[in-house]
Write a new protein. Structure first.
Length: 255
């Protein structure tokens, strides 16, 4: 089952220091601030390795600075080093537990590593704190699908849709779950909602064809498979399914 995830752009936490506090551990406060500014600029420019070097320097003298651990975790994440990102998020959580975004970001890192049980814990913690976050609901739904809990996954996708009916990824994901569980008419309706928003959405057109085929609506299924081929002439599965739908449609006419 191909599902849609949302990975929001990592947002660094800005470092602020009081003018009265001139030193943080062994490094002057203004020097730490300068390193934070440099790291943020490098991060924004995509030079994550250089940004990482700045955070390493900060943490050498300031091992209890939450902002540095959190931002370094995001930098590791952008570099694809998800385990190191998790390790830094863990340390950041030890220093400060009230930053909701930490749980979302760490859950996403767990998801990338396919550690679904831990991703579920962190997404659930985040949603408890920010209950109306569409991306978190969608992503937790994806985790639940990976864990085989399709009913709870459908509930999360439905909740996201209830909060914002324009959130197309949730319609698509719920359609996939319903297709997988045999709720073919509901699945077709979900894929139709996606196609109305994006008529050239190949995966939604193809999957609606599969739902319609399962419903015995062979002529409509053929239309979707034809449209899939128009969108991608090399889509071999669409040719195959079109052939099957044509045979079943012809049989239904003869009957």
């Amino acid at each position: 089952m191909l599902l849609c995830m949302r990975y929001p752009k990592s947002r660094l936490i800005r470092f602020m220091f009081a003018a009265a506090i001139l030193f943080l551990a062994g490094m002057p406060g203004f020097a730490v601030a300068e390193l934070f500014d440099e790291a943020a600029e490098l991060f924004s420019g995509g030079d994550f390795e250089a940004a990482l070097e700045r955070y390493d320097l900060i943490l050498e003298d300031n091992p209890d600075l939450f902002e540095a651990w959190y931002n370094r975790a995001l930098t590791h994440f952008e570099l694809g080093d998800y385990q190191r990102a998790i390790d830094d998020f863990d340390r950041a959580e030890e220093l400060k537990t009230e930053v909701e975004e930490l749980f979302f970001q760490r859950a996403t890192a767990y998801l990338r590593l396919e550690r679904y049980d831990l991703a579920l814990i962190d997404f659930s913690e985040y949603i408890e704190r920010v209950p109306d976050d569409l991306q978190a609901l969608n992503n937790r739904g994806v985790v639940l699908v990976r864990m085989g809990d399709l009913q709870r996954a459908e509930n999360d996708f439905s909740r996201a849709i209830d909060l914002n009916s324009d959130f197309i990824e949730a319609w698509y994901n719920r359609g996939n779950v319903r297709l997988d569980t045999g709720s073919y008419e509901a699945a077709a309706n979900d894929f139709t909602a996606v196609i109305e928003a994006d008529p050239d959405r190949l995966d939604a057109v193809f999957n609606r064809g599969n739902a319609r085929y399962a419903l015995g609506e062979f002529r409509l299924a053929m239309q979707d498979f034809y449209r899939s081929i128009e969108l991608n002439e090399g889509f071999t599965e669409a040719y195959y399914n079109l052939g099957l739908a044509y045979i079943r449609y012809a049989d239904s006419i003869r009957e």
